[in-house]
Design a protein around this ligand. Structure first.
Ligand code: WTA
Length: 661
């Protein structure tokens, strides 16, 4: 079975089950009764979890629910950074390592204790205040995987400013869109970072973007690689100049539980990325609880490693906020898995004695290709729990992860959630649940979901359909920045009174849940969400392109790969002598418009696109072509010969395949 993405009909489930290891079950943080307790009184359950945090003022009301708008822990006040740092130092754990940071170049490492991290965050909070940032403002963070990324996020939280982290793989244009939408005042960046064994630049994209962003009054630049950068006097500040001279202690103010904590932009089914808004109290309660429960975290002894970049939500909830709120020790790695050898990850696990690893199926499938000799040559016996996130994990990858990385002893927690949900929603509990390979099993305690058919009727205990959430949860998004209507339309209009996640799901005959991938126009490439419409808009913004249609085709490594079908304008058609060179030009154009992560793997230049008589592009057929399948029903096509022409060309063209970069 090689299913990674499949229609609801064709999805194969598994019957093998693995029980929790006895030792783990005996000492687990969470027991089976958590489900019943939470179901009996969901709000009390979440209040109980909220008491794990430090509140400057307790809440009066657990939940104020005016659908689709939720406020959690109403009246409560807290400081998120105090919960992630000061609290642990005050409890006598200041000398515990918070971050074992590992740079891509070998031997480039830094260890930061909780005490040191608190000092750095305090200085940065002072620096941001000096640069004019106030509570309620937005700060854009465009950094590689360096400790300053986490420090900047926490410094914003400390002063009540919301951060908007933009992944370093996005282009200047994507930065402009995000800075403008958020009206950000300050941008924090670096000269560059290390990736794939070389220094890459970041500041030029910021320079280009900020020219078009009048809201930005200051740019703070971390020196990471030492490469030359352009400089705008008065606007640009080296991190070391503006941060290092600040006082190392900072009196933190407590903010309302609903104080905005961050915006994170994500692709939707239409072109413009959405600024997903998360607030403070409920978000921190659920990220901290799930991180502790789902990984069975023991902060005194565990060494946790989440491989996600801070530019994505996993890097927010399970690299920054959840782990630090729980006071654990973690590894943060800057580079790619093959930098300094394809066994780099296994070396890191061995060196630091990593006990919990949280990564994505794409990475696991890549390691499977590289062969089990590489992990086999390292001592991975410190590992005790393995996690997966971002895309459906196929049973073979799950089994390989368990056997080769987990030594057949570590439970695997497949965790389903989204940028919008803020924290994990569906996952097994490692000391309680027996796991089926490839399944995220069921909703966590305190979470309520329902799989429904097209009419919104529950499919009951067994059956497939659309995944919906039918009760609010603490870490839920509070809206789309500046666009209330879009929030209602996108998430709450498809099924009355329910949040629709965009995913298909199926309960098997044991009432175990299987995630089936997106059912909308959002692709999932290596666990990164990219909308087909966004890539199409980027392609048609090229002067030679007339029309473009983009589909996500099943890919054995990346889950899905971006495949584009393009028609060119009549006047230029004859000038395109080399299809391959033109495809490369288009790929680069998409990289400029969105970022290298959105480059199509294949571009087919075709004379026409298949359309229905009413003029709609038939993506289903293009997907069949992209996946080399028999073509489905073509009877509704305006011109059925078009699709034959496309598939003939697609199989004869070199198609310009290039790996995603
Ligand atoms: C997909 C990432 C199957 C899903 C945390 C969702 C998954 C989208 C899983 C959100 C999983 C995430 N199994 N699919 N364990 N985890 N997804 O916002 O389609 O980047 O809607 O959040 O990823 O992607 P996002």
């Amino acid at each position: 079975m090689t299913t990674t993405q499949a229609g609801i009909e064709g999805f194969a489930t598994e019957d093998r089950r693995f029980d929790p290891p006895a030792e783990l079950a005996a000492s687990a943080n969470v027991r089976e009764d958590a489900y019943a307790t939470a179901a009996a009184d969901r709000l009390s359950f979440w209040e109980e979890q909220a008491r794990r945090l430090q509140w400057a003022q307790p809440w009066d009301t657990a939940l104020d629910w005016q659908p689709p708008f939720a406020k959690w822990f109403v009246g409560g006040k807290l400081n998120v950074a105090v919960n992630c740092l000061d609290r642990h130092v005050d409890a006598g754990n200041g000398d515990r390592i918070a971050l074992h940071w590992v740079g891509e170049p070998e031997d480039d490492t830094r260890d930061l204790t909780y005490r040191e991290l608190l000092r750095q965050v305090s200085r940065t909070a002072h620096a941001l205040t000096e640069l004019g940032v106030q509570a309620g403002d937005r700060v854009c963070i465009y950094l590689p995987m360096v400790p300053e990324a986490v420090i900047s996020m926490l410094a914003c939280a400390r002063i009540g400013a919301a951060h908007s982290v933009v992944f370093g793989g996005f282009s200047a244009q994507a930065l402009v869109d995000r800075i403008t939408d958020a009206d950000a005042k300050v941008v924090i960046t670096a000269d560059g970072g290390y990736r794939r064994g070389a220094a890459s630049a970041l500041k030029p994209a910021v320079d280009e973007a900020v020219k078009r962003c009048p809201s930005v009054t200051a740019v703070v630049v971390v020196k990471r690689t030492g490469q030359d950068v352009d400089w705008v006097e008065g606007r640009d500040h080296w991190w070391a100049d503006v941060v290092d001279r600040q006082p190392q202690s900072h009196q933190a103010e407590a903010f309302d539980a609903e104080q905005p904590l961050f915006l994170l932009y994500t692709s939707g089914t239409t072109g413009k990325p959405k600024g997903i808004l998360h607030t403070s109290g409920g978000y921190l309660v659920q990220t901290a609880y799930t991180h502790w429960a789902v990984f069975d975290l023991k902060p005194e002894t565990d060494v946790y490693w989440c491989t996600a970049d801070v530019g994505w939500v996993t890097g927010h909830s399970y690299l920054t906020y959840g782990p630090l709120a729980n006071g654990c020790t973690q590894v943060m790695y800057e580079g790619t898995p093959d930098a300094g050898g394809r066994d780099r990850w296994w070396k890191i696990i061995e060196t630091y004695g990593v006990t919990i690893l949280y990564t994505a199926p794409t990475a696991i499938r890549t390691f499977m290709k590289w062969g089990e000799e590489l992990p086999g040559a390292h001592d991975l016996s410190s590992l005790r729990v393995l996690g997966s996130v971002g895309e459906p994990i196929n049973p073979e990858a799950w089994m390989w992860y368990r056997r080769v990385i987990g030594g057949d002893r570590c439970p695997i927690v497949d965790t389903w959630w989204q940028t919008e949900t803020g924290a994990m929603m569906i996952a097994p509990l490692p000391g309680v649940s027996s796991c089926k390979p490839g399944s995220a099993m069921g909703p966590l305690p305190g979470i309520s979901l329902d799989v429904v058919d097209g009419e919104g009727t529950s499919v009951g205990e067994v059956g497939g359909g659309f995944l919906t959430l039918d009760e609010p949860w603490p870490a839920m998004l509070r809206g789309i920045w500046g666009d209330e209507q879009r929030y209602r339309d996108t998430y709450w209009s498809r099924f009355e009174g329910r949040y629709f996640a965009g995913d298909g799901a199926k309960w098997d005959s044991d009432h175990v849940l299987w995630l089936l991938g997106r059912v909308d126009d959002v692709m999932n490439v290596s666990g990164h969400r990219i909308s087909t419409t966004e890539v199409e808009s980027a392609l048609v913004s090229h002067p030679s392109v007339a029309e473009a249609a983009v589909v996500g085709a099943t890919d054995p490594t990346t889950g899905q790969a971006i495949v584009a079908f393009v028609t060119v304008k009549g006047s230029v058609a004859d000038d395109i002598s080399s299809g391959e060179a033109f495809a490369q030009e288009l790929r680069d154009h998409v990289a400029t418009q969105i970022g290298p992560i959105a480059k199509p793997k294949q571009i087919h230049i075709t004379p026409e696109l298949p359309k229905t008589r009413s003029g709609k592009i038939m993506r289903r057929l293009l997907k069949d072509v992209a996946e080399n399948r028999e073509l489905g029903d073509v009877t509704t096509l305006a011109d059925p010969t078009v699709v034959n022409a496309i598939s003939a060309r697609a199989s004869s063209q070199p198609a310009g395949g290039s790996p995603q970069d």
